[in-house]
Structure formats: C-alpha cells, structure tokens
Write a protein that binds this ligand. Structure first.
Ligand SMILES: C[S@@+](CC[C@H](N)C(=O)[O-])C[C@H]1O[C@@H](n2cnc3c(N)ncnc32)[C@H](O)[C@@H]1O
Length: 231
C-alpha cells in the first residue's frame, strides 16, 4: 500500500516550497516521501487516530521543523490555514459523508490548488465481500464509489478539471497464517471487532475457506482535481 501511495504522490506537481495537507496520514509512511519532496515547504499530517499520529510523529522526527500534526476528522470543518495542495491515500473510503469531506477540503485549498488522492473504488475487495456473504455476513460495499459518483461529488464541492479512474490491483499474499493475519487485521478488522470473541475465529476461517486462493482483489480509485475559483 505504501508503494501505491508513493506512485500517487508522483502525480502531485511540486516545486518544493508548497504547503501540503496529507489527509489521513496514518503512520506516516507515505508522508515521509511527501516531506522529501518539500525541502523548503511544509506538510500538515492530519489523522483521526491519536495512535497513528504518535507513530507518524516518531517516523517523521527528522522533518520536525517542517511538519505539523493535526488530530481531527476530515468529516468536520478543518482548523487549518489554506494549503497549496491536498494529498490523500487509502483514506477517503473510510469517510461516509463525501459531501462534507470534499467541502471541508475545498474550504482549505487555495483556488487552483491540486487535489491528488487514491482510495478504494467500486468493486474493491468484492471477493472478500462475497466470501463473507457466503459465511453469513453482509459487509457494506456502498462506500466504494464509482468514478462517475466521485466526479459528481468533487464538482459539487467546487473542484474543476476532475479526473477519476479505477485501477485494479489484485494482490497475492502468502497462504496460511500470513493471509489469515492480513484478513483479521486489515480487511475484516472493523467487522470482527463487532463480533463476540468466540465467533471471530470461526468466521475468519470460513471466509478463508470460501476465498481459497490468498488473493485480495483490490480496486483503487484515483482522483485528480483542482480547486475552482471561490464562488
Ligand atoms: C489505511 S490508513 C492510510 C494511511 C496513509 N495515508 C497510507 O496510505 O499509508 C487510513 C487512515 O485514515 C484515517 N481516517 C479514517 N477516518 C478518518 C477521518 N474521518 N478523518 C481523518 N482520518 C481518518 C485512519 O485513522 C487511518 O490512519
């Protein structure tokens, strides 16, 4: 996922002095590459999770003079001075209210400023959802948007020159225990956390049995846009 993030970062046009928001920085793995692209600039590393920010702060210690950390939700108006660009990877699909999300991002982005992002898109981990369904659980796939849906949401928030496209990234994991750990800690974590302790392992095992091949059918949705003139 860090590799995907770095590829997305390559699409951000930077001279090196800009002020850039990393929206959903997580543990800062991709943010570190962003810091390297901004030797005279500034990074705002924002995340909802304090635990993630603790890790990001540790990872980015050598860039401390040009990184600030903000703990808040992207679903709320952002307490930030304007930025030249917004960058985000693997985060937007976690936020249900995209109308609020994009309006909050537009509000802190200078007119003409870039939004370059990637998140899960339509069809993402459909095999895992099908396996969970066969194991008796309906996971909600509706938050993985299509390019057309995302384009409409971005334009409604005042973005222009919008480009959205899907990128299939099927990923094969090591079978057995590593695959089980990955499913438990990444793909199925939100659902498992809601199950009674004694039901978790049987559900996980059944999903693995249904899946067979240790392949996660990731589909990424790329977003590229600019903030239009303030209306
Ligand atoms: C999979 S991680 C991605 C981290 C990093 N961007 C990367 O690509 O490695 C998703 C991050 O989104 C954050 N997140 C989820 N909902 C959020 C919200 N409403 N506001 C801000 N961050 C959020 C999570 O805390 C998590 O750190």
């Amino acid at each position: 996922m860090t590799r995907w993030g770095v590829t997305v970062l390559d699409r951000l046009h930077l001279d090196g002095h800009e002020r850039v928001l990393d929206a959903g920085c997580g543990s800062g793995r991709v943010t570190e590459h962003l810091c390297q692209r901004l030797p005279r600039g500034r990074v705002i590393a924002l995340d909802l999770s304090s635990a993630m920010l603790v890790e990001a702060r540790r990872r980015l210690a050598s860039y401390a003079n040009r990184v600030s950390f903000v703990r808040t939700s992207l679903a709320h108006p952002l307490p930030l001075a304007p930025v030249d660009a917004v960058f985000s990877t693997a985060t937007f699909h976690w936020i249900r209210d995209h109308e609020a999300l994009f309006s909050n991002l537009a509000a802190v982005l200078h007119p003409g400023g870039q939004l370059v992002a990637q998140c899960g898109g339509a069809g993402n981990i459909a095999r895992v959802h099908a396996a969970a369904r066969a194991a008796g659980v309906d996971l909600d796939p509706t938050h993985f948007a299509t390019p057309a849906e995302m384009q409409q949401r971005l334009e409604a928030a005042g973005f222009i020159d919008v480009q959205c496209w899907l990128q299939p990234e099927p990923t094969t994991l090591a079978p057995g225990e590593p695959f089980e750990t990955y499913l438990r800690t990444v793909c199925l974590r939100p659902h498992l956390e809601q199950l009674p302790e004694q039901d978790r392992q049987p559900f996980l095992r059944e999903v693995m049995r249904q899946l067979g091949e240790p392949v996660i059918d990731y589909v990424r949705l790329n977003l590229h846009a600019r903030r239009g003139a303030v209306r």
